[in-house]
Design a protein around this ligand. Structure first.
Ligand code: F0G
Length: 432
């Protein structure tokens, strides 16, 4: 085992979080080949220093073509400096940072901003991880890629594998994936397995397939995925002129994103991009909240639960990135909180009716922000950013159920009205 970059990238290597062994960055295993622990990418600090690095990233912000037009590869020094000709980019990222008076008013904090990751090519933040994961798959010469998923990773993997001409296998829990996501996996041509079981069982299966069947595993177990997802944070810091917000609030399921955010912030501070750390707030659905349970006990032990939430994206009971996400919360003086399914549905109705729209798991971030404002943790004058992780069209069934079918109608239900084709009927409705 060696330090240094086997692919010629002197400054990047993989380090096992469990046994500490080091591996070249082109080692083809998604987990530590010595002990099967989770790997972490370590970059030497970019030599430029913070000011020059910020200037470099800012100078690329207007690039329109090629990999540097991507909101991931613009930050290549922080992501995968040696990817070179292997880069496979849609492009992705460059998502908007929005203000919304109705959403901010509902949460009780006027300074709330929304980073909308639903504006990525397949409609979720997963594209940021997948561009790096599939780039790495090409680098190591993988012929097939695989993932377990609650839906969005499957959609992203299917699309990026198709772009790269790689075979794709996605393993999802039958009946527990939102319709838009399953449709994408099928449309983009991934071999799609519907497992009679839950997500945690799917991940176990994908892990075994990665080990025994020679497919390259692209779940967030894979450390290259997290390098791409770090750019959500880098891009939002850049959009704020490198002035960190006080809080970043995000939904948490398998905890890859929480881990990626922690790493992004640690590196941004160490490399001089920012001079203080925002606090992270990870939000879980009450029925799928093993991480919140651990947080309440000071991370004394890891919990597993049988998960049940309408936010299918985060319906996860045994999150794989537990350790690295716990570190992210500790390092940023962060918190983990929970929201009920009703809170999620109400937050979603508010975000949707504001003209912005998001999927249920994303609305958990907004509901979580409201809870933390009410508890006095997020100050009313704080500048904070909630991450909308996925697009409103990912889960059309839940929208239809909420607005058309639910009895009694929720306060924010927008019932459609059936009429005969006569103007008086339109007039009657307009005057009602
Ligand atoms: N929001 C959305 C829309 C997601 O799809 C996910 C995860 C999360 C939040 C939570 O992120 O797992 O990094 O804590 N979706 C995964 C998937 C599990 O398979 O698409 P996390």
């Amino acid at each position: 085992m060696t330090g240094g970059g086997g692919g010629g990238g002197g400054g990047t290597r993989q380090v096992c979080a469990s046994c500490g062994s080091e591996h070249p960055e082109t080692d083809p295993h998604a987990r530590c080949p010595a002990c099967r622990g989770l790997l972490e990418i370590r970059h030497d600090p970019p030599p430029q220093g913070g000011n020059a690095l910020r200037a470099l990233f800012d100078a690329r912000a207007g690039v329109r073509r090629g990999p540097l037009a991507s909101g991931v590869w613009r930050f290549t020094e922080a992501v995968l400096p040696t990817a070179g000709p292997h880069v496979l980019s849609y492009p992705e990222g460059n998502t908007p940072l929005l203000t919304s008076a109705p959403v901010a008013a509902w949460t009780g904090t006027p300074g709330l901003l929304l980073k909308h990751e639903g504006h990525n090519p397949t409609g979720s933040f997963k594209d940021r991880g997948m561009t790096v994961g599939v780039t790495q798959a090409r680098r190591i010469g993988a012929r097939a890629v695989a993932c377990a998923s609650t839906g969005n990773t499957a959609a992203a993997l299917a699309a990026y594998a198709a772009l790269a001409g790689l075979r794709a296998l996605v393993i999802v829990p039958r009946g527990k994936v939102a319709f838009g996501k399953l449709a994408q996996a099928l449309a983009y041509g991934a071999r799609t397995l519907l497992v009679r079981g839950n997500f945690d069982e799917c991940l176990e299966l994908a892990d075994q397939a990665g080990e025994r069947l020679g497919v390259y595993l692209l779940n967030s177990v894979n450390p290259f995925r997290l390098e791409g997802q770090k750019t959500i944070v880098l891009e939002l810091l850049q959009q704020l002129g490198w002035e960190p917000p006080e809080w970043i609030v995000l939904p948490a399921g398998n905890l890859g994103n929480t881990a990626a955010f922690g790493k992004a912030l640690r590196e941004a501070c160490a490399w001089g991009l920012i001079d203080r750390l925002p606090r992270l707030a990870a939000v879980q659905a009450e029925g799928a909240a093993p991480f919140a349970l651990s947080f309440r006990e000071g991370f004394a032990r890891r919990h597993r639960v049988e998960p049940h939430t309408i936010a299918t994206a985060i319906n996860i009971g045994n999150p794989v990135s537990y350790d690295r996400a716990a570190r992210a919360i500790r390092d940023t003086n962060g918190v983990v909180t929970t929201v009920t399914d009703d809170d999620i549905l109400e937050a979603k109705a508010v975000v949707d009716a504001a003209g912005i729209g998001c999927e249920p798991a994303s609305a958990a971030a907004v509901a979580g922000a409201r809870r933390l404002v009410r508890e006095g943790l997020i100050g009313r004058d704080a500048r904070s950013v909630a991450i909308l992780t996925g697009h409103v069209l990912k889960d059309p069934e839940i929208v239809s159920h909420y607005h058309r079918d639910r009895e009694p109608p929720p306060a924010r239900a927008n019932r459609p009205i059936e009429i005969d084709a006569r103007l008086e009927e339109v007039e009657r409705v307009m005057n009602a």
